[in-house]
Design a protein around this ligand. Structure first.
Ligand code: GTB
Length: 216
């Protein structure tokens, strides 16, 4: 049975790899599982066929036979639990890696999303300029803590894990803000993640979908 995921047919980022199918593609590449991609136009995301797979009408989804998953955390954890390569065998190390996976999604990603919202969705509000520094500060506070924990280590806890995959994916969203580069060890950590062959394959695959088409 071929694993099938869904992705935007046109990502709003034009192929920068920031839409969340990239992290799922990356996990699939790390565990060497072939997959198919069904591209979903914006309109179709809110129609019954897609809502049956994803209650919130979002991408990505994951199908493997009868199993249908949504939420990138659940998808990456599922892959990491079923195939070798993304979680250590030792139960305590495995638990810590899973903690980092959740930390990426529940502690680091929320303020980063707030920053995106403040810059894009809320920029025309009369209070937008006053609020932005507060939101930026919340991101910096979390990054300072994360940078202190990472120190000069290569990955967050021993070898590369699903926790690093998710943390790097989340931090990538910050690059255009310049805030990531204020933390040299985090910027280097993200670059190490991007340099992994599995990430490169995932990035190239999403870019192939989103590259502007030549006229004619
Ligand atoms: N918590 C869910 C998960 O982790 O799976 C969040 C899924 C999600 O937000 N999906 C987005 C979506 O489907 C696409 S990735 N949005 C449509 C909708 O909600 O109606 C978010 C995203 C979109 C675009 C960029 N970008 O252009 O830079 C980055 C991230």
């Amino acid at each position: 049975m071929t694993i099938t995921i869904t992705a935007f047919d046109h990502s709003p980022d034009g192929g920068k790899g920031l839409a969340r199918d990239t992290r799922v593609r990356w996990a699939l590449e790390e565990v060497h599982q072939p997959y198919a991609v069904r591209l979903v136009p914006w309109r179709a995301m809110k129609e019954p066929a897609h809502l049956a797979l994803h209650p919130f009408g979002q991408i990505p989804t994951f199908e493997d036979g009868q199993l249908v998953l949504f939420e990138t955390g659940a998808i990456v954890l599922h892959l990491a639990s079923h195939f070798p390569g993304l979680l250590p065998a030792d139960p305590t190390a495995r638990g810590r890696a899973i903690s980092w996976l959740f930390a990426a999604l529940n502690t680091i990603e929320p303020p980063i999303l707030e920053l995106s919202n403040a810059k894009l969705l809320e920029r025309d509000q009369p209070w937008a300029a006053a609020r932005l520094p507060l939101v930026q500060q919340r991101v910096r506070d979390r990054l300072r803590q994360l940078a202190a924990r990472l120190g000069e280590a290569e990955w967050l806890d021993g070898g590369f894990s699903a926790g690093d995959l998710m943390m790097v994916s989340v931090l990538l969203r910050l690059r255009s803000s310049g805030i990531l580069d204020e933390f040299a060890n985090l910027a280097a950590y993200v670059a190490r993640g991007e340099a992994r062959p599995a990430y490169q394959r995932a990035f190239a695959a999403q870019l192939a979908v989103n590259l502007p088409k030549a006229p004619g």
